[in-house]
Ligand binder design. Structure first.
Ligand code: GLU
Ligand code: ZN
Length: 288
């Protein structure tokens, strides 16, 4: 099978060292396998995405010496595909509107049981408040829609999810574990008609991604993605979750941290090859 991977940044801030690592790793892996490296702009959050950040992404990645086929997929062009998939899952009876505020969720969680996880990939595990509301609850295009995970596994005959994780071999996620550790995730965010999870799954399938290369912080989202692939009859790529690049304080670099933007290294005269050295990365022509 041909190796197809992608780098999928959100244009909501500058790329930093961790992004450079992720993009170069995906690019190098594709090159080593005579495969394809794709770029995808994850701009569903219209309140935070900015054209200037998107332009900066192209500039930074070119500076790193990366190239990719064009046109580049942009999630903002894919809203009809997300709406269609959401309708399919709605018609399967697996979604319900949620009207809880952050405060409602926190209040409902105020007496957590001992030994039961309280946080999942998207933050606090949803306590299920709106799941119990009458099934005829109105859905509008503004609604937050949650996936009823337990019902989804029932539809899938309670078969555990199996996927391949580089370095770990097959990973098996049992329905019970996922109900406890993930909960009813949001598939449509308010006024958005989609979510990170739904979009990423549909786009990876649309782009024929064979191997997803991304940071270890997204590893806990992967069972959600595999579950959606099963429900929608989509193929499951192999997952490579790479180490997170930490700054001197040992904190994970994120856009909201004071991490130095890639463009700052560049302005300081650091070369892409020095950057690879800082990241302990071999050169692309060396064998991985
Ligand atoms: N857009 C996501 C981010 O910037 C990455 C999504 C993914 O690689 O699955 O964190
Ligand atoms: Zn709710």
């Amino acid at each position: 099978m041909t190796f197809v991977t992608r780098f999928a940044p959100s244009p909501t801030g500058p790329l930093h060292l961790g992004h450079a690592y992720s993009a170069m790793l995906a690019h190098d892996m594709a090159q080593a396998q005579s495969g394809t490296f794709l770029l995808r702009i994850e701009d569903i959050d219209r309140t935070r995405a900015r054209p200037a950040w998107e332009a900066q992404i192209y500039e930074d990645l070119h500076w790193l010496g990366l190239s990719w086929p064009t046109p580049v997929m942009r999630q903002s062009d894919r809203l009809p595909a997300y709406a269609a998939a959401l309708d399919r899952i709605w018609d399967m009876g697996l979604l319900y509107p949620c009207t809880c505020s952050r405060h409602d969720i926190a209040a409902a969680m105020s007496a957590p049981q001992e030994g039961v996880p309280t946080h999942g990939p998207d933050g606090p595990i949803y306590p299920g408040t709106c799941r119990a509301r009458p099934p005829d609850t109105r859905r509008s295009k503004h609604s937050i829609l949650r996936l009823d995970i337990a019902l989804a596994f029932r539809v899938l005959d309670h078969v555990p999810l199996v996927y391949s994780e580089a370095g770990r071999g097959p990973v098996i996620t049992r329905p019970h574990d996922m109900i406890e550790t993930v909960g009813d995730v949001v598939l449509a965010r308010r006024d958005m008609g989609t979510s990170y999870h739904l979009s990423v799954v549909l786009d990876d399938a649309e782009q024929g991604i064979s191997d997803v290369v991304r940071g270890a912080d997204l590893a806990t989202s992967t069972p959600v993605h595999v579950l959606l692939q099963r429900l929608l009859g989509l193929p499951t790529p192999a997952y490579h979750h790479h180490r997170l690049i930490r700054d001197e304080a040992g904190k994970r670099l994120a856009k909201r941290d004071d991490a130095r933007a890639l463009s700052r290294y560049r302005a300081d005269g650091i070369t892409p090859s020095e950057l690879r050295g800082m990241l302990d990365m071999p050169h692309p022509d060396a064998t991985i």
